[in-house]
Design a protein around this ligand. Structure first.
Ligand SMILES: Cc1cc2nc3c(=O)[nH]c(=O)nc-3n(C[C@H](O)[C@H](O)[C@H](O)COP(=O)(O)O)c2cc1C
Length: 201
């Protein structure tokens, strides 16, 4: 018959492992990388981007990076769990800089045919001068590029993402629009945590 001491050691180790479980889950295991990237000439989309990043940072375990689209590297993209892209509305669509960013996924970073962005969480935000000047089309075309890359597309802040009207009767970005941007960031980080947990099972 085995001496009782090893059993005691096994029991204690098991109890310690159980105790450590939730703490591990809250730190390392649920840590997600969220990349917020945007184009902005006059600062409106950048202001929204900062609020999106703030919202994502509020989720425990989220590590958040904020970059202009032109500065994003292949490593930034592939090491992220979630990507949130913001654009000003240019002629009722995403700006050329944001379109070039997406085109570079293939031209510079070679995402296809492996679908290297597959199953990462994606979302969009936009600012436009006019209330009905194309913000929703802009967000939809960003989401379409993500869908084409087999990403998991989500919304938040509004039905298609967060948006702000910046000219005419509604100059700049107001508190309600910033709150929508924070809401989008929070939702994306939350979903990224859920996807990562699900993938571990
Ligand atoms: C070339 C160009 C085209 C634009 N086209 C539109 C448009 O079609 N609809 C709209 O609502 N605003 C349009 N705008 C206004 C911008 O979308 C708006 O000012 C935006 O908030 C600018 O973002 P930013 O400050 O981040 O550069 C256009 C601006 C430029 C420079």
């Amino acid at each position: 018959m085995a001496p009782p001491v090893p059993w005691l050691v096994i029991l204690c180790t098991g109890a310690l492992a159980l105790f450590a479980g939730p703490a591990l889950a809250a730190s390392g295991a649920d840590s997600v990388a969220v990349l917020v990237t945007y184009h902005s000439l006059s600062g409106n989309t950048e202001k929204m981007a900062r609020a999106v990043a703030e919202g994502a940072k509020a989720v425990p375990g989220a590590r958040v990076a904020l970059k202009r689209v032109g500065e994003v590297t292949g490593n930034d993209l592939f090491s992220s769990d979630a990507l949130i892209v913001g654009s000003p509305v240019y002629w009722s669509n995403m700006s050329g800089e944001v379109k070039t960013f997406f085109d570079n996924w293939q031209l510079k970073f070679g995402v296809f045919p492996e679908f290297k962005m597959r199953n990462k969480v994606g979302a969009a935000f936009a600012t436009g001068g006019q209330a009905a000047g194309g913000k929703e089309v802009t967000m939809l075309t960003i989401l379409a590029a993500m869908l084409g890359n087999q990403m998991i597309v989500v919304s938040g802040g509004g039905a298609l993402g967060a948006s702000a009207t910046t000219e005419g009767d509604s100059p700049g970005i107001d508190e309600k629009e910033l709150a929508a941007a924070r809401d989008l960031g929070r939702r994306v980080a939350e979903v990224a945590v859920l996807v990562k947990r699900g993938a571990r099972k």
